[in-house]
Design a binder for this molecule. Sequence first.
Ligand SMILES: Nc1nc2c(ncn2[C@@H]2O[C@H](COP(=O)(O)OP(=O)(O)O)[C@@H](O)[C@H]2O)c(=O)[nH]1
Ligand SMILES: [Mg+2]
Length: 197
Amino acid sequence: MILKSVKFITSAVKKSDYPDDELAHVVFAGRSNVGKSSFINSLLNVKNIARVSQTPGKTRLINFFLVNETFYLVDIPGYGYANVSHNELIRFANMIDEYLTHPKIKIAVLLLDIRRVPNQDDLLMYQYFRSINTKTLIILTKADKLSNNQRVKQINLIKKSLPNIMNEEIITYSTKTKENQDKIWSVLETSLEVKYE
Ligand SMILES: Nc1nc2c(ncn2[C@@H]2O[C@H](COP(=O)(O)OP(=O)(O)O)[C@@H](O)[C@H]2O)c(=O)[nH]1
Ligand SMILES: [Mg+2]
């Protein structure tokens, strides 16, 4: 895949803020600190496009990036923040729920840390995508942090915790080695039903 352009489009809290066109969406979700910003930057081969999601005030918004003028990469806020008030959590959950009903979502990429067993928030997110029949790709981040033996063990543990997961829906990644980058793009391209050469 050749990246021609990546542009930050907007930050949204509600429906009326979303881009108003027919382009496909690819959603990226994951617990905070799972490596989501690093993954997006690495996948797009850019130094810091996901930086927008980290600037204060935009961290808890839904950020839209337009890729190759063809589809939106949608970065939804990392869940599982500590020190967030109950009201803030509810507001946040409503904002995400509302977005996830968007009809143009073609695939959801759920990031999980390869070293951890998915927690309740991760499982909820996974079940949610399943329940709305959204195609899901699980990325196991920070794969470089484990030995080959540990990896196999963790992949099996994680798979066991995800009901009905298929082998081809789970791919390891590392920003250090960029392993499986082509494979990931190819899954995304297939879901988007377009070919970027
Ligand atoms: N070794 C290693 N560290 C990573 C990798 N991906 C992310 N990190 C580190 O994990 C931490 C959290 O990453 P960040 O992208 O900010 O996570 P986010 O909160 O999900 O956006 C940072 O210190 C990153 O450098 C990876 O593939 N390998
Ligand atoms: Mg981030």
